[in-house]
Write a protein that binds this ligand. Structure first.
Ligand code: UDP
Length: 476
């Protein structure tokens, strides 16, 4: 009997941050469900953190894919060091963390790749690595395999970084000091105001570590053989088409866990989740504003205070994820004294929750968000209109998509000017005013687009099929 060819084997390496791990875990499941063997690479520090979070929810400590493996999926799990001791406080020392990812991590990746190449089992077909890494194309070339660049943000953000040379040439790079008129020359990208650019492209210190990472990462991305993007064709059609002129570029989103893979749950959380379902059950439908600024952004104490009083003076109930390090790791009382008592049972504060569960709850009617891309996709997927308060990175560009392009949310205003009066006005507007009702209508359309994209004949499913076909063709 003829021997079956070995199954394709992808080594998948996410950036070790919550917002990158979540979609990467979904991608691992999607590929494994397609017959791939997956080696999912976690850092020891993330593994340690997520085991601790999972142990608090159940007495059994298994890795995040135990459920998937029990369902027959071939997902292997490897741990490597990110170059820092496990106990090192990465959130409090982001520069050292980035430095280590930039200069040390790749040596560990290479060592692992050598080990995997020697190991028994299907030979490695491709390296799928987060676009923000600065080494994947170089390493994939060394091992003679294709590099699949995994982009966890919208296509427009990819396009802007990809064409950074055009921004420099036209004087829009470091835009806070440069040109103030709209950017109209990026292929497929409609006019973008300089204030809508990712914060790294607005900043004037262009010698920072982050700039080095972006320049190097996009040099590598230019060498990528394929790009998988966690966006949806219907949301960004022109930009995605324009990127397809540059590279094999596939929109395969939204890569969101809940409900996408029946019977398989992947708990990627790095924090212990509070269960707020009882509290949410006790509130009327659509009455709760969910507030979260994601997994790592900081808010100034002044702004946090204005937001707190604004919410207090609004009519909304609220559930607020207040990470202990939201202001900074050495500020232990970020909110105004007596804030919760003054809300008289209208609100609840938690350090972390299962966001998808909260957004899916019928009592949640609005989301005050920092516009992290996963949060935007999750909010759309659950049909919850947004109040946007971007803080850094791609969040400014994402706000433009939410507020101006898709009209599925409203803007809280500029960071330097946030005031309690404005916050309470906008919260009430989102939760029951004309603007909020308009956003609710629009988000229903977007929600349907996301739902259909992942259906059997939807655009993301077709793009995913095409990617698999192209990758397999590339192999032979
Ligand atoms: N998240 C969560 N619980 C929380 C806050 C956030 O599960 O209390 C998840 C959220 O669902 C999302 C991710 O953390 O998938 C945050 O990613 P995002 O891109 O929104 O923001 P980032 O943390 O990268 O700034």
């Amino acid at each position: 009997m003829a021997e079956l060819p070995p199954k394709p084997h992808a080594v998948l390496i996410p950036v070790p941050l919550q917002g990158h791990i979540n979609p990467a875990a979904c991608l691992a499941i999607k590929l494994a469900a397609r017959g791939f063997a997956i080696t999912y690479v976690n850092t020891e520090a993330v593994h340690h953190q997520s085991s601790r979070a999972r142990r608090s929810a159940s007495s059994i400590d298994h890795d995040i894919f135990a459920d998937a493996r029990a369902s027959g999926l071939d997902i292997r799990y490897e741990l490597i060091s990110d170059g820092l001791p496990i106990s090192f406080d990465r959130a409090a020392n982001p520069i050292q963390f980035l430095h280590s990812l930039l200069y040390v991590f790749s040596a560990h990746v290479e060592e692992l790749m050598r080990k995997l190449t020697r190991a028994a089992g299907p030979p490695i077909t491709c390296l799928i690595a987060d676009t923000f890494f600065v080494w994947p194309d170089t390493i994939a070339n060394k091992f003679g395999i294709p590099y699949v660049s995994f982009w966890t943000e919208p296509a427009v953000v990819f396009a802007l970084y990809y064409h950074i040379d055009l921004l420099i040439k036209n004087g829009h790079f470091a835009s806070r000091e440069n040109r103030k008129d709209a950017i109209t020359y990026i292929p497929g990208v409609p006019a973008v105001e300089p204030t809508d650019l990712m914060s790294y492209l607005q900043e004037t210190d262009t010698t920072s570590l982050l700039h080095q990472i972006i320049f190097k990462a996009f040099e590598e991305a230019k060498g990528a053989d394929f790009v998988l993007c966690n966006s949806v064709q219907e949301l960004e059609p022109e930009i995605i088409s324009a990127m397809q002129q540059e590279k094999p570029f596939y929109a395969v989103g939204p890569l969101i866990q809940a409900g996408l893979f029946p019977g398989i749950s992947v708990r990627t959380t790095l924090q212990v989740e509070s269960d707020c379902s009882q509290w949410l059950d006790s509130k009327p439908a659509g009455s709760v504003l969910y507030v979260s600024f994601g997994s790592f952004a900081n808010v100034s104490k002044r702004d946090l205070g204005e937001i707190a009083y604004g919410i207090l003076h609004s009519k909304a109930n609220f559930m607020w994820v207040l990470r202990p390090d939201i202001v900074s790791s050495d500020e232990h009382k970020p909110l105004p004294q007596g804030f919760l008592e003054e809300s008289h049972g209208r609100g609840i504060l938690v350090p972390w929750c299962c966001q998808m569960e909260v957004l899916s709850h019928p009592s949640v009617g609005g989301f005050l968000t920092h516009c992290g891309w996963n949060s935007v996709l999750e909010s759309i997927r659950c049909g919850v209109p947004m109040l946007c308060f971007p803080l850094q990175t791609d969040q400014f560009t994402n706000r433009k998509l939410v507020v101006r392009d898709w009209k599925v949310g409203i803007d809280l205003g500029r960071i330097e000017e946030v005031s309690r009066e404005e916050v309470s006005k906008r919260v009430d507007s989102l939760m029951g005013g004309e603007e909020g009702n308009e956003a609710k209508k629009m988000i229903e359309e977007a929600r349907r687009a996301l739902e259909s994209a992942v259906a059997a004949d939807g655009s993301s499913q077709k793009n995913f099929d095409q990617f698999v076909e192209d990758l397999m063709g590339y192999r032979s």
